[in-house]
Ligand binder design. Structure first.
Ligand code: C2O
Ligand code: CU
Length: 581
C-alpha cells in the first residue's frame, strides 16, 4: 500500500470513529463512545505520522495536510481530550471529515479561500449539532462534503488564455520539398469506420493499425488525411516527432478537426531518425482506442536496415492484443533483428523477450549510449513510449510476451518459440542502463524557466462540467495556466504525482532530457524521452530547450485522464492561437 492510500485510510478512520463516537455518546452508550474516541485519536496520530513520512518526498505531497487537515485533526483531538460527550466528538468527527475530503476533493494546493470555507463549514456543522442536542444531522455531515464543491465553484480559475498576438500558429508549417537528393514520401490516409476482427473499429484505410509511414532522413513526408465518416472528426498527431507546430495536428490549437468529407495535408521534413507513431488527436481517448493510429519510422539516410527490421505497435483492440502483423515468423539463425516496440495503449505494458539475449538500442527515437546485454529482464513500456531492441536470431525460437501472454513468435525452424513464465523477471530501468555521456545541459545548468506540475485528482468545474477531474496543480484543462516560454529558453519541468495512478507524461514538439527521478540522476546513458511514466508518489525532473516555436500540448498520455482535465499548453511568446483557444 502506498503512503497516499494509507493517508486516506487513516483520515477516513479518524472521521468515522469520532462521528460514530458522537452518535453512541448521544445514545448514552458512553463506554463504546470512549473506545471510539480513542480509536479516532489513534488514527489522527497515524495521519500525522503518515504525513511526516510523505513530507520527505516533497511539500507538494503534504501541503493541504500540514496547513489544513492536521490543524483540524489537532483541534478535534483537543476537544475529545477535554470531554467525551457527544458534541465535542461530533466536532472532532467533522474536523477529521473535512481534512479527509480536502485531500480527496481539492488536494494540492489548498488556498486561503478553500481553507476558510472548510473551517466555517466545520464550525457551522458543530453549532447546529449542539443546538439539536446531539442528534446526528446527516445533512450537515454532507454539507462538510460539499465544502470541496463550494470551493470549486468559488475558485474555478479562468480559462487559461495566452494569446500574446504575433505569428499565428497555423502559419508555422513544414518544409515544401525534400533535402537535396532525397525524395517525397507520399501517403493517403482515409479515416473511416470498418469492422476489424468483428469489432466496429475506426480505421485509417480500413486497417488497424493504419499503414506504416516510413522515410529516410532528409525525405519530405507528405500525408493527405481524409475523413470519410468519423463524425467526431480526426487529425494526425506525430507522436514524438518534433514537427513544426502547424503540422502537429491538435484540433482547436493548431488546426480545426477534419470533419467527414474534409481534408488536411501534412508536410514535414524527416529530420531525425527513429521510431515514432501517429494518431488522431480529436476525441483521442475514443479514437485511438478504436484504431486511429499507426507507426512512423524514419531510418538514417543511406543506411538501409539490414536483416529483419520489424515495427511492433502493441495495441488493445476490443480486449485483444493487436500487433498489426503475423504473430508467427520464420527467421534464419544469425539474422540481425530489430524490433521497434511501440505502446499505443493508454496504460503501461510489460513486454518480455524470451529465448534470446538482447540490447535496448533506442528509446523514444533516440539511440542509447553503450547499451549492455540483457536477458530475462522485462521491459515496462509507458503508454505512448517506444523501445527498439536488437539481437541476432539464435538457432532456436524467440518470443515476445505482452503482459505475460505470447504475442509474437519467431523461429529459425529448429525449435518452437519458448513460452516461459516471465512474471518474476526483474524490470528494466532505463535510468541505470548504458554508459554516461555528455549532454547539452544538466542539473546544474542555468534554467531560464522552471515549472512544477503536481498531478492529482480533484473536484472541478473547469470547462463548465462538474467532474472528478484529473488535475495539474489543482486545476483541470482548460483552466490550467499555460507554461509560457521564449524561444531559446532552457526549461526545467518538475512533474510530481500525488495521485494513486500512473501518469505517462507527454510533451509535444520537444524531447526532454531526464535529470532525476525521486532526486536520483540517471547513472547510465543520457535519457531523452517524450513520454515518461510518473508513477504514484514519484517526482521527475526533466529539461528541454525551447527550440520549436508554437503552441503545444503537454499532457498525460493516459488519454482518458487527458480527457478529464490532465492537459495544459506550452506557449511560446509571440505565437498566437488562430482559433481563439
Ligand atoms: Cu500522443 Cu497529445 O499525444
Ligand atoms: Cu494520467
Amino acid at each position: 500500500m502506498t503512503l497516499a492510500v494509507l493517508d486516506l485510510v487513516v483520515a477516513f478512520t479518524a472521521a468515522a470513529a469520532w462521528i460514530g463516537g458522537g452518535a453512541t455518546s448521544a445514545a448514552g452508550r458512553s463506554r463504546v463512545a470512549l473506545g471510539l474516541a480513542a480509536a479516532g485519536a489513534l488514527a489522527a496520530l497515524g495521519r500525522a505520522a503518515v504525513t511526516a513520512a510523505l513530507a520527505r518526498h516533497g511539500w507538494w505531497f503534504v501541503q493541504e495536510k500540514v496547513t489544513l487537515a492536521l490543524p483540524l485533526l489537532a483541534a478535534g483531538l483537543v476537544a475529545v481530550m477535554r470531554s467525551r460527550s457527544a458534541v465535542p466528538l461530533f466536532f472532532a468527527g467533522y474536523s477529521a471529515s473535512a481534512g479527509f475530503l480536502v485531500t480527496l476533493l481539492i488536494g494540492y494546493p489548498v488556498g486561503w479561500a478553500a481553507g476558510l470555507i472548510t473551517v466555517a463549514l466545520v464550525g457551522a456543522a458543530t453549532l447546529v449539532t449542539a443546538r439539536r442536542a446531539g442528534r446526528v444531522p446527516v445533512a450537515l455531515v454532507l454539507s462538510v462534503g460539499l465544502a470541496g464543491v463550494v470551493v470549486a465553484v468559488v475558485v474555478p480559475g479562468p480559462a487559461a488564455h495566452h494569446d500574446h498576438g504575433g505569428t499565428p500558429v497555423t502559419a508555422l508549417r513544414g518544409a515544401t520539398g525534400p533535402a537535396p537528393g532525397r525524395t517525397v514520401r507520399r501517403y493517403d490516409l482515409t479515416a473511416r469506420k470498418a469492422t476489424v476482427g468483428g469489432f466496429e473499429a475506426w480505421t485509417f484505410n480500413g486497417q488497424v493499425p493504419g499503414p506504416p509511414i516510413t522515410a529516410g532522413t532528409g525525405d519530405l513526408i507528405e500525408v493527405t488525411l481524409r475523413n470519410a465518416d468519423i463524425g467526431a472528426g480526426v487529425t494526425l498527431h506525430w507522436h514524438g516527432y518534433d514537427v513544426p507546430a502547424g503540422e502537429d495536428g491538435v484540433p482547436g490549437l493548431t488546426q480545426d478537426a477534419v470533419k467527414p468529407g474534409g481534408t488536411f495535408v501534412y508536410r514535414f521534413l524527416a529530420g531525425r531518425s527513429g521510431t515514432y507513431w501517429y494518431h488522431t488527436h480529436e476525441a483521442s481517448s475514443e479514437g485511438v482506442r478504436r484504431g486511429l493510429y499507426g507507426a512512423l519510422v524514419v531510418t538514417p539516410r543511406g543506411r538501409a536496415p539490414s536483416g529483419l527490421d520489424l515495427t511492433v505497435p502493441v495495441h488493445t483492440l476490443d480486449g485483444r492484443t493487436v500487433l498489426g502483423g503475423p504473430d508467427r515468423r520464420t527467421v534464419p539463425a544469425g539474422t540481425p533483428v530489430r524490433l521497434r516496440l511501440i505502446n499505443t495503449d493508454s496504460g503501461p505494458h510489460r513486454l518480455a523477450l524470451a529465448g534470446v539475449g538482447y540490447r535496448v538500442v533506442s528509446l523514444d527515437g533516440t539511440d542509447l549510449v553503450g547499451p549492455g546485454p540483457l536477458d530475462g529482464v522485462a521491459l515496462r513500456l509507458p503508454a505512448g513510449g517506444r523501445y527498439d531492441v536488437a539481437f541476432a536470431m539464435p538457432a532456436g525460437g524467440v518470443s515476445l510476451l505482452v503482459d505475460g501472454a505470447a504475442a509474437l513468435g519467431m523461429t529459425s525452424g529448429a525449435a518452437d518459440p519458448p513460452e516461459p513464465r516471465t512474471g518474476g523477471w526483474p524490470e528494466f530501468d532505463p535510468l541505470s542502463y548504458g554508459s554516461p555521456a555528455p549532454a547539452p545541459f544538466g542539473p546544474d545548468s542555468r534554467f531560464d524557466r522552471r515549472f512544477t506540475l503536481v498531478l492529482d485528482r480533484a473536484f472541478s468545474l473547469a470547462g463548465g462540467r462538474p467532474r472528478y477531474a484529473y488535475t495539474i496543480n489543482g486545476r483541470a484543462y482548460p483552466s490550467v495556466p499555460a507554461m509560457v516560454v521564449r524561444e531559446g529558453d532552457l526549461v526545467l519541468m518538475t512533474v510530481a504525482n500525488r495521485g494513486l495512478e500512473t501518469h505517462p507524461w507527454h510533451l509535444h514538439g520537444h524531447r526532454v532530457l531526464v535529470l532525476s527521478r525521486d532526486g536520483r540522476a540517471p547513472t547510465g546513458s543520457p535519457l531523452w524521452m517524450d513520454t515518461f511514466d510518473v508513477r504514484p508518489g514519484e517526482v521527475w525532473r526533466v529539461a528541454f530547450r525551447a527550440d520549436n516555436p508554437g503552441l503545444w500540448m503537454n499532457h498525460c498520455h493516459n488519454l482518458a485522464h487527458a480527457d478529464k482535465g490532465m492537459m495544459l499548453h506550452l506557449a511560446y511568446e509571440g505565437i498566437a492561437s488562430a482559433h481563439g483557444v
